[in-house]
Design a protein around this ligand. Structure first.
Ligand SMILES: O=c1ccn([C@H]2C[C@H](O)[C@@H](COP(=O)(O)OP(=O)(O)OP(=O)(O)O)O2)c(=O)[nH]1
Length: 153
């Protein structure tokens, strides 16, 4: 069962009333990066390539078509017996952009990242809402203990 927006809001810091939705909580855009060197995925391990942070122009990111790593402004705590999913705000895809996301594990805590695909030039204000986190009840063995645990908190 998916939990309500108010349940999700209690696991996100900070949150405002404007971020709370019926079924989840909106996440805001904190920082934008362009990948600058290759990463690597091995059978056992991985490394993340270098990246270059983009600066906002008068508080606005003006993004040309391409792929960008985005960081969210909120610390997310996925409670035990739950799994999290992040979806793009539909206004992004209505503007020819897409946010690619993965699974948010039980026990993870941190400010995560997503991949923003820009298919047509777009302007996004720093701090604007770009995504929504929902939480579903889930069985699991163990909790998240990987290299991203506690990132940026
Ligand atoms: O779109 C997403 C999805 C997940 N996460 C966070 C929460 C998740 O619990 C953590 C690790 O994700 P995952 O397990 O998919 O990463 P991995 O590449 O397998 O890393 P690890 O080896 O640490 O498990 O990253 C994000 O920041 N963005």
């Amino acid at each position: 069962m998916f939990r309500s927006g108010s349940f999700v809001a209690d696991r996100i810091d900070p949150t405002t009333a404007a971020q709370q939705q019926p079924n989840g909580v909106d996440l805001t855009l904190s920082a934008v990066f362009e990948q600058a060197s290759p990463g690597r995925i091995d059978q056992d391990g991985k490394s993340i390539g270098d990246r270059q942070e983009l600066s906002a122009d008068d508080g606005v990111f003006r993004l040309q078509p391409g792929g960008y790593i985005v960081q969210y402004g909120e610390t997310i705590s996925i409670p035990e017996e739950h799994v999290g999913f992040v979806y793009p705000r539909s206004s992004l895809l209505r503007n020819s952009c897409m946010l690619n996301t993965a699974v948010w594990d039980a026990g993870y805590e941190g400010k995560g990242e997503g991949l923003l695909e820009v298919h047509h030039e777009i302007e996004i204000e720093a701090g604007a809402r770009i995504a929504q986190l929902v939480l579903a009840g889930a069985d699991h063995e163990g909790t998240y203990d990987g290299s991203y645990q506690g990132e940026r908190i």
